[in-house]
Design a protein around this ligand. Sequence first.
Ligand code: SME
Length: 165
Amino acid sequence: MYDFKPDDALDTAERYRQLCDAADALTAGEPDPIANMANVAALIWEFVPDLNWAGFYRIAPAKSQGQELVLGPFVGRPACIRIPLDRGVCGAAASSRQTQLVEDVHAFPGHIACDSASRSELVVPVTRDGEVVGVIDLDSPSPGRFSAEDAAGLERLADLLADRV
Ligand code: SME
């Protein structure tokens, strides 16, 4: 049995440190990317408070041509399956290779609303050998939920997972 339940009193930096340690322990030596993404989505859900969606989109072949983001393992409501690289917060993170911290999703041009409860969003690209292979997406029902500390913590998690997802 895995029991990674965090203490409610943890500050944000310590919370992400423990999340990264737990993700490292759970994914080390496991070559299956779906198993690793599924466990890490569940860990994010345990460690990061006030979320309504947490999970992965992966770069994959588009149905017609080129590449797009395709839904991966997540916790939350069913979500849109395919996101073109020029659409939404996830597409912006993947195509710019930059973390997107959105305080108010209604003010983000092209935001894709998968769950109408979402009010703020944090999306971090996962890169391997200089290429974006996917993104980690967190949604919150609270406006302005995410800080620079959340972004830094999630970026560390993305670095850790580069070879494992
Ligand atoms: N809001 C995202 C779409 C994915 S859902 O939040 C799960 C976007 O604008 O790319």
